[in-house]
Design a protein around this ligand. Structure first.
Ligand code: FES
Ligand code: FES
Length: 151
């Protein structure tokens, strides 16, 4: 349907032209993540201001889904507190794992959540690890950094 076409279009656009694909010069938090299934890797950089994520950026090599998911994630968490960002990560991972659909009664609140979820669920159901890699890496960065694996 139209909504699904729109989601797919946005995801493909983010995959082709990832936003925030850069390093931060002096990140407050960083983490590396990898998808053991394919060996793709990403590095995440967070800049904090007070108790908010002021900037989020990433670099790495991965498929279009993982790039789109990381791109959307970095856009989504800006301005959020770590706690809010962790909640979003948990909800997204739950959705991606269970295949629950927001249009059928899931409770994802904003457009970015829905796009994120759908990137792993509707359009590319076999690509859950690709879609969740960025969120695993985010959780690792918020917990102090180092290595994350997409589970
Ligand atoms: Fe997609 Fe519900 S509308 S499964
Ligand atoms: Fe490697 Fe998607 S195929 S992250």
């Amino acid at each position: 349907d139209d909504l699904r076409d729109l989601y797919q279009e946005v995801i493909l656009d983010h995959g082709r032209k990832p936003r925030n694909f850069r390093r931060l010069d002096e990140p407050d938090l960083t983490a590396r993540g990898d998808n053991p299934m394919c060996g793709d890797r990403m590095e995440l950089f967070l800049g904090m201001e007070g108790d908010r994520i002021a900037d989020a950026a990433f670099q790495g090599k991965g498929c279009a889904i993982s790039m789109a998911s990381a791109s959307l994630m970095t856009e989504t968490v800006r301005g959020k507190t770590p706690e809010e960002a962790r909640d979003m990560a948990a909800r997204f991972r739950e959705m991606a794992m269970t295949g629950a659909c927001p249009d059928c009664g899931g409770a994802l609140e904003d457009e970015m959540d829905r796009l994120q979820a759908l990137s792993g669920v509707h359009e590319f159901p076999s690509r859950v690890k690709c879609a969740t890699l960025a969120w695993h890496t985010l959780n690792t960065a918020l917990s102090g950094g180092k290595e994350a694996s997409s589970e």
